[in-house]
Design a protein around this ligand. Structure first.
Ligand code: ADP
Ligand code: MG
Length: 234
């Protein structure tokens, strides 16, 4: 598939298939189209041509219920996007109650379950501003999980965090990966990419230059551009 913004081609000849249970890490320099690719998968952006199939549904097909499909996709952003005037519990229960029409008690029970999973069960009644960045991002992950998505997309989830908080968020993501969640993760955390990814996608200039296992990618990159990228960050 391809995507243009006006006459600027942001994504070129993207061929990518993600299997259920796979953990795909997307690497690449700033401006290479990583966020745009995630946003296309989540239908926050539309593709210009080609085909995009999510959970078996072609998103361009007029019969596809895009809103329904988007409920199956959880997304975690660099800047947590929590509602500041709602408590942690309210932030997590909002979509399950409004979109899934879940009764309040059940939504809260599930929210507490996911808060425990991300390691902050005691923060249910706190407001986002009372939490550290790492805790806020863990709430954002719990909020995504509470919709019971089939796939979780992460766009640089640790890039806005102080260094000492990065580990706690990566630990939660590692646990999810080990439990079999299908994940697409844009990150600059090379240790995480190496350890947790089933596959590394390297993008530059809107193209996928490498689609490889972590071992292939880090130890035997095909493209010179990849070697330059790796030499700068490792
Ligand atoms: P990355 O996440 O890899 O840094 P992005 O997907 O955010 O890259 O952006 C890829 C390119 O598309 C960049 O050159 C960016 O300036 C451009 N771009 C992103 N969003 C828009 C938009 N809404 N309109 C026009 N250009 C955009
Ligand atoms: Mg980006």
């Amino acid at each position: 598939m391809n995507k243009w913004y006006g006459d600027f081609q942001v994504l070129s000849d993207i061929h990518l298939e993600i299997k259920a249970g796979e953990v795909v890490v997307i690497l690449g320099p700033s401006g290479s189209g990583k966020s745009t690719l995630l946003r296309c998968i989540n239908q926050l952006e539309t593709i210009s041509d080609g085909e995009l199939i999510v959970d078996g549904y072609n998103v361009q097909d007029k019969k596809t219920d895009i809103n329904r499909l988007r409920q199956e996709i959880g997304m975690v952003f660099q800047h947590f996007h929590l509602y500041p005037h709602k408590t942690v519990l309210e932030n997590i229960t909002l979509a399950p109650r409004k979109v899934r029409k879940m009764p309040k008690e059940e939504a809260e029970r599930i929210a507490r379950q996911y808060l425990a999973k991300v390691g902050i069960p005691e923060k249910a009644d706190s407001y986002p501003a009372q939490l550290s960045g790492g805790q806020q991002q863990r709430v954002a992950i719990a909020r995504g999980l509470a919709m019971k998505p089939k796939i979780m997309l992460f766009d640089e989830p640790t890039s806005a965090l102080d260094p000492e908080m990065i580990g706690e968020v990566l630990d939660v993501m590692r646990t999810l990966a080990n439990e079999g969640m299908t994940m697409v993760v844009v990150t600059h955390e090379m240790g995480f990419a190496r350890e947790v990814a089933d596959r590394i996608i390297f993008m530059d200039g809107g193209r996928i230059l490498e689609d490889a296992t972590p071992d292939q990618f880090f130890n035997h990159p095909k493209e010179e551009r990849t070697q330059v990228f790796l030499s700068k960050i490792l």
